[in-house]
Design a protein around this ligand. Structure first.
Ligand code: 5GP
Length: 210
């Protein structure tokens, strides 16, 4: 009888965190970048009311504040933050399973949450999406017409603080040209996959012995 080879786990997936100001275009960029890729996109919980066209369970899990607080109490979030008067959080459960199975995991969250992910795990790759200017960001927020003027002002003042913290992230992608920004996201993902630290001793010995 031959002995069964011990189970060797394949390479872990990457944990990529897209962050940056509200209105900078993270969502559009993420959708184009992830098109035709088998990655796990983490759907957040939020207490915000759905915008027109938003799909529960795909864009967000829309929950009430009580539900959200229960989630916090059960340590159910990898990170969570308050933003413009609402709670947002990344459910912890599915992420580890996806990484373990070798799937890349993508989060799209605001800056305070991204910082919490950095504290929680050293495997997170933080990508800051930069607007070309605050004026352009205002134009985009006003054009989207989903927030009141007061909410836009709150989001812009938060954006200003966030941009000034851009050095805290691993990568910065300028979102002035969407096509180039998508290519930059692919480049980051590919480069991160090629890190020598991700090579297992098993892979190395297989290469030299074959
Ligand atoms: P919006 O209300 O425009 O959908 O989102 C407001 C901000 O919250 C955006 O910057 C968005 O990326 C961020 N956000 C969405 N989900 C999460 C989350 O789970 N955690 C954190 N910290 N921020 C989130």
């Amino acid at each position: 009888m031959t002995e069964e080879a011990p189970h060797q786990p394949g390479p872990r997936g990457l944990l990529i965190v897209m962050t940056g100001a509200s209105g900078v275009g993270k969502g559009t960029l993420r959708e184009l970048w992830l098109k035709n890729q088998d990655v796990f996109y983490s759907v957040s919980w939020t207490t915000r009311t759905p915008r027109e066209g938003e799909r529960p369970g795909q864009d967000y899990h829309f929950v009430d504040a009580e539900h959200f607080l229960t989630g916090i109490g059960q340590d159910g979030f990898l990170e969570h933050a308050e933003f413009a008067g609402n709670h947002y959080g990344t459910p912890r459960g599915p992420i580890e399973a996806a990484l373990e199975a070798g799937r890349d995991v993508v989060l799209e969250i605001e800056v305070k949450g991204a910082m919490q992910v950095r504290q929680a795990t050293d495997e997170a790759i933080l990508v800051f999406i930069m607007p070309p200017s605050l004026t352009e960001l205002r134009r985009r927020l006003e054009g989207r017409a989903t927030e009141s003027p007061e909410q836009i002002e709150r989001r812009l003042s938060r954006a200003r603080e966030e941009i000034l913290e851009a050095h805290a992230f691993d990568y910065v992608v300028m979102n002035d040209d969407l096509t180039r920004a998508v290519l930059d996201m692919h480049a980051i993902q590919r480069a991160e996959r090629s890190r020598s630290a991700r090579l297992s001793a098993q892979t190395l010995s297989e290469i030299v012995e074959s």
